[in-house]
Design a protein around this ligand. Structure first.
Ligand code: GRF
Length: 209
């Protein structure tokens, strides 16, 4: 059985998607938050999951916090650590400690729009499509090998909130599938490219005027 530890900071809808779509051969060993009152950590505790809160303000230095976070996570002997709406930047030490077993879901089609405020930035740039990306985490922010992406057309008169809601629905499906693919051993990384075995479904081009 593969152990999955999920890190969250807020609502936790991606975490819920993972909890509500059991993956053969995997269990959610723990949900960890950097905020005690995060909606997601309260939901996880109410649903019988192991939960931990590691508060940044209890540590003088970022490195001390990251070490405490690693110690907390490592109690669960994770095969995979999932950043599912975890809103703190993690140190290189942390990223390297979990190299190859740390994934993130990001609400844009990377490498476009790393960081925050992705939907408004996609609208401001006049993009015809937006979307989300699941990728392995490396020390560089939002830059690791891409596992999968979901594309969401931008509509006339779209708003950041409306777009975010449509992208979020896709995030849930994308994250569950990426975790299942990781757990089944179908992902291998060569350089910056992730190979899926069997190959991921090929897609046809879609023209968006
Ligand atoms: C998601 O859009 C995720 O991609 C981003 O933050 C949001 C978290 O949503 N990093 P939730 O907490 O999973 O509902």
């Amino acid at each position: 059985m593969k152990n999955i530890v999920i890190l969250i900071s807020g609502r936790g809808s991606n975490m819920r998607a993972l909890v509500e779509s059991p993956i053969p051969g995997a269990q959610i060993a723990a949900v960890v938050s950097n905020k005690a009152d995060a909606e997601g950590i309260i939901w996880a505790a109410q649903h019988g999951l192991s939960t931990q809160v590691v508060l940044p303000k209890q540590y003088a230095q970022r490195d001390d916090f990251d070490e405490a976070l690693m110690n907390t996570i490592d109690q669960y002997q994770p095969d995979l650590v999932v950043l599912a709406g975890y809103m703190r930047i993690l140190s290189s030490t942390f990223c390297l400690h979990y190299a190859g077993r740390l994934i993130n879901i990001h609400p844009s089609l990377l490498p476009a729009f790393t960081g925050l405020d992705t939907h408004q930035r996609a609208l401001d740039a006049g993009c015809r499509v937006a979307g989300c990306t699941v990728h392995f985490v490396t020390p560089e922010l939002d830059a690791g090998p891409i596992i999968s992406q979901g594309v969401v057309p931008i509509q006339e008169n779209d708003t950041a909130a409306a777009l975010a809601a449509r992208v979020l629905m896709v995030e849930h499906q994308l994250l569950v599938r990426a975790v299942a693919d990781f757990v089944s051993g179908s992902l291998t990384t060569v350089g910056n490219r992730v190979k899926h075995t069997p190959p991921a479904i090929s897609t046809t081009a879609v023209l968006l005027a």
